[in-house]
Design a protein around this ligand. Sequence first.
Ligand code: DGL
Length: 261
Amino acid sequence: MIGIFDSGIGGLTTCRALKQALPGHDMVYFGDTARTPYGSKSREAVVRYSLENSRFLLDMGAEMIVVGCNTASSVAPEAIRQAFDVPVFEVVHPAVEEALAVTKKGQIGVIGTRGTIDSGVYETRIKELLPSATVHSNACPLLVPLVEEGWFHRPETRRIVKSYIHPLRERQIDTLILGCTHYPMLESIIREKAGRRVTIINSGVAVARQVKAYVESHAEWREKGGQGSGDRFYVSDYTPQFRSIAESILKQKVDLQRVQQ
Ligand code: DGL
């Protein structure tokens, strides 16, 4: 069973991508809705929450951890790998690899939470692999609350997205990494504001490809496909609003179970 966690419900976009890539495999999801957002928390807090979330998923039967949150992926994967003896995937590396595979001019934009952008993790990884690249980053702290409120098509959302994307567009980026798993819910507006020449990289889709490659190259994982008992979704705080957004992300009925974390 594949375990995925996020600070809230944005990581369900990663879960959706994983379901599309590996339809026969069961997922157990934990959204830390009681402690969201992670993007404005300290590194220490995000590492601690990530370890607790991973422990919970393993207790629920997960045999692999996918960190479905860029903020946690920026600071916590090493701590998770040291603490638990299971495969651990995160969203930053695969997104960088995809961006580098498609960029033509090496002008790469990155948007994410303050935590992700301030960590500099995308810029560092991109420069390690392509020193000639120029990285233009912008923290977009208002986008997560807009997604968590379900304001996907409001005029206010369009204006805010425009003001975050405009400076990157001015720099003539050719590739834009959605460095936060909430942002795919705003992808059509982001795409429109970035312009047609910009290739959008969805970090959830990127990690799903990597997990799929891992599963297909490991016999013990291949065999797990189709054995399933169904997906399970847990949150640390429950509201009907979370459920309705979860259903609009996954396009199916979702039974969100609240657990004490
Ligand atoms: N989904 C988280 C991420 O990918 C952001 C939400 C938060 O700030 O907690 O970074």
